[in-house]
Write a protein that binds this ligand. Structure first.
Ligand code: ADP
Ligand code: TYD
Length: 222
C-alpha cells in the first residue's frame, strides 16, 4: 500500500515551516503517524549539501545551484520519501520539486523544459499527492524575513533576494495552482498563525481520510 505525500510550498517567510510543525503536532495528537522532512536537507547527505551551497557566503553558480537542489532531492526521494510511502506512511515535506520550478525556473530564469527534465531525473516522476501553497504578499514576506533576521533566526543565501525575484517566484507557483488545481491548493498566508492552521487542518484531515476523527480531548454530547 502506498502512503500519502504532502508538500508545503511558499516564498521565503510565508510561514510554512511554522504551519508544518503545527500540522504535524495536531496529527500526532490524533495518533496519526507522520514523517516530517524538508528540502534541501532531508537526509544526512542533503544536510551536508545544504550547508555547503545554501548556508554559505560563497557565490554559487546558478547552474550549480539547480543541480545541487536536484542532487539533494534525488537522495531524499531514494532514501527517505519512497521507502516511507512504500510502508504506507504519510510524509510531509517542507518544499519539494515545485520549489525548483518556481525558484530556479522563474526566479533564476532557467527554461521550463530544462527545469522539468532535471526535476524528472531527480524524482523519477514522483509527485506529491497534495501540495499546500502558502500564499503571502511579497511585502508581508519581506517584513517577516526582516523580523526573522533581527531575532537571529536562520537566514540563508536565498533570503536576501529582491522583491522582484520573490514576485516572479510567487507568480510561478500561482501558475501551478491554475494548471493543477486538484493537487496544488492555495492558502492565504497573510492571516494569523491560528487562522492559517485551521485552514490547513480543514484541508489535510479530509485528504487523509480522517475528517471524522475527533480530537483526543473532545467529548461528544448528542
Ligand atoms: P517559512 O518557513 O515559510 O520561511 P517561517 O515559518 O519560518 O516561514 O516563518 C517566517 C517568520 O514569520 C518566523 O519568524 C515566524 O515566526 C513568523 N510567522 C510565521 N507565521 C506567521 C503569521 N501567520 N503571522 C505573522 N508571523 C508569522
Ligand atoms: P530554507 O531555510 O529551508 O527556507 P524556507 O524555510 O523558506 O523554506 O531555505 C531553502 C531555500 O532554498 C529557500 O529560499 C528556497 C530555496 N529553494 C530553491 O531555490 N529551490 C529548491 O528546489 C528548493 C527545495 C529550495
Amino acid at each position: 500500500m502506498r502512503g500519502k505525500f504532502i508538500t508545503f510550498e511558499g516564498i521565503d517567510g510565508s510561514g510554512k515551516s511554522t504551519q508544518l510543525r503545527m500540522l504535524a503536532g495536531a496529527l500526532r495528537q490524533r495518533s496519526i503517524d507522520v514523517i516530517t522532512t524538508c528540502e534541501p536537507g532531508g537526509t544526512p547527505l542533503g544536510r551536508r549539501l545544504r550547508e555547503a551551497f545554501l548556508e554559505t557566503e560563497e557565490t554559487v553558480a546558478p547552474r550549480a545551484e539547480l543541480l545541487l537542489f536536484a542532487a539533494d532531492r534525488a537522495q531524499h526521494v531514494e532514501f527517505l520519501i519512497k521507502p516511507a510511502l512504500e510502508q504506507g506512511r504519510i510524509v510531509i515535506s517542507d518544499r519539494y520539486a515545485d520549489a525548483t520550478f518556481a525558484y530556479q525556473g522563474a526566479g533564476r530564469g532557467f527554461p521550463e523544459a530544462t527545469v522539468n527534465e532535471i526535476i524528472y531525473l531527480a524524482t523519477g516522476g514522483l509527485k506529491p499527492d497534495l501540495t499546500l501553497f502558502f500564499d503571502i504578499t511579497v511585502e508581508n514576506a519581506l517584513r517577516r524575513m526582516q523580523a526573522r533576521s533581527e531575532t537571529g533566526e536562520r537566514v540563508n543565501r536565498m533570503d536576501v533576494e529582491t522583491a522582484d525575484f520573490y514576485a516572479a517566484v510567487r507568480t510561478a507557483y500561482l501558475g501551478v495552482a491554475e494548471r493543477e488545481p486538484d493537487r496544488f491548493k492555495v492558502i492565504d498566508a497573510n492571516a494569523s498563525v491560528e487562522e492559517i492552521h485551521a485552514g490547513v487542518i480543514g484541508m489535510v484531515l479530509p485528504f487523509i481520510g480522517t475528517a471524522e476523527m475527533e480530537p483526543l480531548n473532545h467529548t461528544k454530547t448528542q
